[in-house]
Design a protein around this ligand. Structure first.
Ligand SMILES: NC(=O)C1=CN([C@@H]2O[C@H](COP(=O)(O)OP(=O)(O)OC[C@H]3O[C@@H](n4cnc5c(N)ncnc54)[C@H](OP(=O)(O)O)[C@@H]3O)[C@@H](O)[C@H]2O)C=CC1
Ligand SMILES: C[C@H]1O[C@H](OP(=O)(O)OP(=O)(O)OC[C@H]2O[C@@H](n3cnc4c(=O)[nH]c(N)nc43)[C@H](O)[C@@H]2O)[C@@H](O)[C@@H](O)C1=O
Length: 328
């Protein structure tokens, strides 16, 4: 029976079911694609995958018939409306509405059609803007949210609560992981709607290619952010599927934080741009700091492996081979 108390119940059966049918929702995104790579590496052979155009997860009837037909045994929910500070601020209705629809449809149909275990992914923005640092899981719902992403955060908090409610009422094994800011291959490199790391990688690359003197970076440069490579996150997701069946959500971070100014200097170095940085203080800084307390996941036995420097170099190589060369 699924644990409802908050203590960590180790299940350990996921890794021994390599032919069980697993639905990875959002398999072409940053996170979903990394989870698919990790599952293949680990020998899982029966993944069921649908692109957005094959299955729109905001459609309740389509999600229902998908689960009724496919009957997956496990679900990892990595499909969502995702974006950086500008996208969150500009499209609040999409960030709350689409995310509530996707997660409600998938969680309910997964329960209804006998899925054994589901992993829901939230985000570090669920915590109050001025949460204690590093942020423990217990900081949830203890203060006001950061306004630039409160709509997305409310949807993600609802997802955690939905997993907890189904666990309480139906003894169903739905768990939640809360990743910090992620990056890596298959990230979104859109100039405005992406997160800071891919946005800066692209801007520095294009400035270098065009022999530009300067690159504009948003905000003051003082906010602190923690970055985790998506391959580490994927490893943590598989670990949680196998080893965690608790009531409470689990933080997934790297423990390493940098200011946006330090990040910009690191990306500049990796890309090899020689010009100067110009700060656009008309753009929002967002939350001043959001370092996860990773002690819960560490106590369960998982720690990250990829350093920010190595992860940045790998991501830039991937960007050159898969984004720049594809355009040529
Ligand atoms: N990126 C980050 O820094 C962080 C991400 N997370 C969480 O990780 C999860 C995955 O994020 P990430 O991989 O970055 O996001 P991406 O935008 O890279 O990928 C999201 C995926 O969801 C799919 N999707 C979106 N809407 C629908 C829909 N209506 N029906 C079907 N599929 C849909 C997308 O397909 P398509 O592109 O075709 O629309 C895409 O494959 C999210 O829950 C996010 O909150 C948490 C913390 C940080
Ligand atoms: C993962 C997390 O991601 C979002 O929150 P965020 O951490 O604030 O995300 P961000 O990566 O967009 O910005 C981080 C910082 O960086 C600065 N910054 C500088 N220059 C650029 C720039 O060019 N683009 C962006 N996007 N930011 C820039 C920017 O001003 C800010 O101070 C949530 O909305 C929500 O989606 C969520 O959960």
């Amino acid at each position: 029976m699924a644990d409802t108390t908050g203590s960590e119940m180790k299940s350990g059966s996921f890794m021994s079911e390599k032919s069980a049918k697993i639905f990875v929702a959002g398999h072409r995104g940053l996170v979903g694609s990394a989870i698919v790579r990790k599952l293949h590496d680990q020998g899982f052979t029966n993944l069921v995958l649908r692109t957005h155009s094959e299955l729109d997860l905001t459609s309740q009837s389509d999600v229902e018939s998908f689960f009724a037909t496919e009957k997956p045994v496990y679900v990892i929910l990595a499909a969502a409306k995702v974006g950086g500070i500008h996208a969150n601020n500009t499209y609040p209705a999409d960030f709350i509405g689409v995310n509530l629809q996707i997660q409600t449809n998938v969680i309910h149909s997964a329960y209804k059609h006998g899925v054994k275990k589901l992993l829901f992914l939230g985000s570090s923005c669920i915590y109050p803007k001025f949460a204690p640092q590093p942020i423990p899981e217990s900081a949830l719902l203890t203060g006001p949210l950061e306004p630039t992403n409160e709509w997305y955060a409310i949807a993600k908090i609802a997802g955690i609560k939905m997993c907890q409610a189904y666990r309480l009422q139906h003894q169903w094994d739905a768990i939640s992981g809360m990743p910090t800011n992620l990056y890596g291959q298959n990230d979104n490199f859109h100039p405005e709607n992406s997160h800071v790391l891919p946005a800066l990688m692209r801007r520095f690359h294009e400035a270098k290619a065009n022999n530009a003197d300067e690159v504009v970076v948003w905000g003051s440069g003082s906010p602190l952010r923690e970055f985790l490579h998506v391959d580490d996150l994927a490893d943590a997701c598989v670990f949680l599927m196998d080893q965690y069946s608790g009531f409470e959500h689990v933080n997934v971070g790297s423990g390493v934080e940098v200011t946006i100014k330090e990040l910009a200097e690191l990306v500049k170095e990796v890309v090899g741009f020689k010009g100067k940085l110009v700060w656009d203080c008309t753009k929002p800084d967002g939350t001043p700091r959001k370092l996860m307390d990773n002690s819960k996941l560490a106590s369960l036995g998982w720690t990250p492996k990829i350093s920010l420097k190595d992860g940045l170099s790998q991501t830039y190589e991937w960007y050159l081979e898969n984004v720049v060369q594809q355009k040529q």
